[in-house]
Design a binder for this molecule. Sequence first.
Ligand code: BG6
Length: 491
Amino acid sequence: MNENVQPKVVFVIFGATGDLAKRKLFPSIYNLYKKGKLSKNFAVVGLARRPWTDDVLRENVEDSIRNATSTEEDLQDFSSHFYYQSFDVTDDSTYDGLNKLIVDLEGQYQTEGNRLFYLAMAPNFFGLIAKKLKEYGLKESSGWTRLIIEKPFGHNLESAKELNNEIREAFDEKQIYRIDHYLGKEMVQNIEVIRFANGIFEHLWNNQFISNIQVTASETLGVEDRARYYDESGAARDMLQNHILQMVALLLMEPPIKLTTDEIRSEKIKVLRALRKYEPQNIYKYFARGQYGSGEVNGEGLPSYREEAEELAFSNTETFVAGKLIVDNYRWTGVPIYVRTGKRMAEKSIKIVIQFKDIPMNLYYKTDKERHPNLLCINIQPDAGITLTVNGNKDGSGSLAEPIQLSYNHNDVPGINTPEAYEKLLYDCTIGDATNFTHWDEVALSWEFVDPILEYWASKRPDFPNYKSGSMGPKAADELLEKDGFRWWDV
Ligand code: BG6
């Protein structure tokens, strides 16, 4: 983050009564404000259908940021910058009122005409809102205007294109910030640094020395109260199309010639272009899907996905996906990239494991089976850090080896206060840095990859549920690796 810039801005949050605003956006704006990364010249307009008032919104904001160290004065000082307008996005008359409110606040808070519109609501309205913002002159101001769009960005390539066209009629690509919160995670941002600032890794970062790469994003939570959204989406749209493919792009891209938004994006785009697109009829060889059944975690009985809500009773939506990705380029030919993500799994863990190739002969293990490869694990969550598994002498054994781990845990660094992903990304947007947001080409290429998988799955009835809550997914996910002579590593 550029620590020196203190943006002046009016934030306009569509969906201000929602979960995302409360859990992520209000606390992030507060942290930026407390850390002096936002000037006192800011205001927030909250919009949603509910008939709230400024006071109700402010109470909600205070509740969302109240913690052991905050004083009431502090909370009120912050929340006094918030304003609420009951808003029906389909009703033209409300846009004039919104414009007037923003103009008033710009005068009151001297925000220099900078406007950040944040669409944190049902995606079916994204296009309409963008259009109306233009039509009613809300993007005409003396400062900058930017638009942050939450996922899902479309339902497939075609709908994503339509949405993109609608948005692009109103906003330029440079004004559009498609958020993928994984790109704001500290250790995801660290992938580039670990690779490109360390010869000991980067020199080995290719098909000569790496045997396979594994990306896992497992969650213990189930579908929670998002049944309606999730059942339309499933794990492939919810996690693979965006978060997982973004991490893959960062892991496999070539070093950028400069650390600029355009250079980094263009390297990521090349990776996504080199991803082998499978024909629908071959998907079964490369992808496995699952849906959680009931199970028991820590003595607590958990319902199956189909029991979570009435409308899910006959659902065939996948809550788990695992796949083998192949990247056809000079550096990565021959290196499988295994990915998996799912809900209600054994642990909450986001991690990347790089398995290095074995040396030709290793005399320090009695059998080949006992040999342990070198692994670099990039732990993204919960224990942010890196672990390098190497072979060392087994104590008292003479000349037998055993794996040992060299670990760096980011959370153990004294005084460290890593900003939350949303906090970083909001800040980036206010200073005009789009590096950690997804370009349209990345979104389109990701859908091109995911669409045939969804197409194939839609044509076949799955045998669900096929994994127990609290497990690491269906057997088929392990078999994907086993048939290549590998296994998932739990480092
Ligand atoms: C969101 C998905 O994008 O990411 C959720 O919609 C998922 O289904 C979440 O739970 C996971 O994020 P994190 O940061 O908890 O790994």
